[in-house]
Design a binder for this molecule. Structure first.
Ligand code: GDP
Length: 364
């Protein structure tokens, strides 16, 4: 599954947000359980209204959403790259994530101390990015040393790694994150394997005051501009509102959201933004037993999409019977889609599309 790390300076609202997300009534409804695996790891069902509609048509007994994991990574402070705070443990936790949700304090409150004594989300973002860049520089220097002998021996893999590490080091030494390096397609895999912290996509989470949750404020506007300039994305959330919502029943929560001028809960927005950031999409498998959603990267071919369900589906892939989501709904299910000629047989080179209802045929 995909994993998003929640980071941020102390006192910006990370724990408030994480706790709200793990407790929220919507998340606890049968369809979208958020279960806490460890104190700081939560696994959430991705809310998707399409799945409910498919299940209703097929009279599926069970609805199983696809999942996304959030990790609350506390302990990032200035100096983390030098081992201060939780230091190295913190950095190791980030290394394992697919993307970073960076919570930024965009609320004023005299009672809540800011570590640097002022509210300035853009400066905070830079503080953290700097720590991540320093950590990358240090790890690259170590790795380059470790490669010396293999490079001398002409080892192809080592030469490739060395070239990529040096490209990353060059931009980092100019004070830029490694994500600005333009990597050729043929190097993309090796590049990803380097697991540099500053190549992870970032979702900035602007934690605004309660009254500002719908529109944001001047601080979140600054963050939006910064995010756009970096090619990252942002989302506006009030951790306090999320906390209040988490204590309500689902129907009360709905009313509360409407009163606040919000269309959906922060959890939904956070997940959707994460999906976009990671270029993820969803396909479905639907039957009387269960209706289920699966996550794939955009641009995934049918056999690899089948492999998300089970490795054997990919190995023995024969073909997929596919119905586009809209056709499934319009034709009122599989039988109707079949009769209308909307069920397609697709082969190994089929590019799965968001919302496809799939049935895989495979050899065992
Ligand atoms: P963390 O250190 O980043 O995990 O921050 P916490 O979630 O523990 O929050 C630090 C303090 O800020 C707590 O006292 C929260 O109640 C408070 N806080 C969090 N979000 C908001 C907010 O949106 N508005 C206000 N006024 N206080 C908040």
């Amino acid at each position: 599954g995909f994993k998003m790390g929640i980071v941020g300076l102390p006192n910006v609202g990370k724990s408030t947000l994480f706790n709200a997300l793990t407790k929220t009534a919507a998340a606890q409804a049968a369809n979208f359980p958020f279960c806490t695996i460890e104190p700081n790891v939560g696994d959430v069902g991705v809310p998707d209204a399409r799945l409910d509609k498919l299940a209703a048509i097929a009279a599926s007994k069970q609805i199983i959403p696809t999942r996304m994991t959030f990790v609350d990574i506390a302990g990032l402070v200035k100096g983390a790259s030098k081992g201060e705070g939780l230091g190295n443990q913190f950095l190791a936790n980030i290394r394992e994530t697919d993307a970073i949700a960076h919570v930024l304090r965009c609320f004023e409150d005299g009672d809540v101390t800011h570590v640097d004594g002022r509210v300035d989300p853009v400066a905070d973002a830079e503080t953290i990015e700097t720590e991540l860049m320093l950590a990358d520089i240090e790890s690259i220097e170590k790795r380059l040393q470790g490669l010396v002998r293999k490079v001398r021996g002409g080892d192809k893999e080592a030469l490739l790694q060395e070239r990529l590490l040096k490209e990353a080091l060059a931009v980092l030494e100019e004070g830029k994150p490694a994500r600005v390096v333009e990597v050729d397609d043929e190097d993309a895999k090796a590049w990803k394997m380097l697991q540099l912290l500053t190549t992870k996509p970032i979702l900035y989470v602007c934690n605004v005051g309660e009254a500002e949750a719908a529109e944001g404020n001047a601080f979140s506007t600054q963050v939006a501009e910064m995010a756009a300039a970096q090619g990252n994305s942002h989302v506006i959330i009030s951790a306090q509102i999320e906390e209040e919502i988490s204590q309500l029943e689902a129907d009360e929560a709905e009313m509360f959201l409407t009163e606040m001028g919000l269309e959906e809960a922060g959890l939904d927005r956070l997940i959707r933004a994460g999906y976009e950031l990671l270029h993820l999409e969803t396909y479905f498998t639907v039957g009387p037993k269960e209706a289920r959603a699966w996550t794939i990267k955009q641009g995934t071919l049918a056999p690899q999409a089948a492999g998300v369900i089970h490795g054997d589906f990919e190995k023995g892939f024969i073909r997929a019977e596919t119905i586009a989501y809209d056709d499934y709904i319009t034709c009122n299910g599989e039988q109707g889609a079949k009769e209308a000629g909307k069920m397609r047989a697709e082969g190994k080179s089929y590019l799965v599309k968001d919302g496809d209802v799939m049935h895989f045929l495979f050899n065992t």
